[in-house]
Design a protein around this ligand. Structure first.
Ligand SMILES: [Fe+2]
Ligand SMILES: [Fe+2]
Length: 149
């Protein structure tokens, strides 16, 4: 059961970032499945924790890359990340107070909407900044080095 289907259209052309995004798609689908499958509600908190963890790791990595590449839109993008993380924290506590399928669905929809729009609008800009800094074929190596530095 999928809520989002990965396709080439979402690829930014840097394998490690595409892998992170692909993992986020899988985590979103696992949450969706937990919400909608019979008896799956016990899996919802686990699926949520996994998705939140993946989101946090991914946004931190992107922020490291944006600083390293001196991305002109870094501060706008960071602000968007931080506002989203605040929203995520609030959704999380709402779900803890009211752990229902309805609340989880609301939360899942908001996460999917934000991630899809952000990935295709904001992420692509800093990926272009990376590609403007190093040749396409070195972009992956450069990103891996910048994140692990
Ligand atoms: Fe991203
Ligand atoms: Fe991002």
């Amino acid at each position: 059961m999928t809520v989002v289907k990965w396709s080439e259209w979402y690829e930014v052309g840097i394998p490690s970032l595409d892998l992170r995004h692909w993992n986020l798609f899988n985590a979103m689908n696992r949450l969706h499945e937990a919400i909608h499958s019979e008896g799956g509600e016990k899996q919802i908190p686990l699926a949520l924790d996994a998705l939140f963890g993946d989101i946090l790791t991914h946004l931190r990595e992107e922020e490291t890359l944006m600083v390293a590449v001196d991305h002109p839109g870094a501060s706008e993008c960071r602000t968007e990340h931080h506002q989203f993380l605040e929203q995520v924290a609030s959704y999380r506590s709402q779900y803890k107070r009211d752990p229902t399928r309805a609340r989880a669905t609301e939360l899942s929809t908001a996460l999917v909407d934000w991630l899809m729009i952000h990935m295709t609008k904001m992420d692509i800009q800093f990926v272009n900044a990376v590609k403007g800094k190093v040749e396409d074929r070195w972009a992956e190596v450069w990103c891996c080095q910048a994140v692990s530095a």
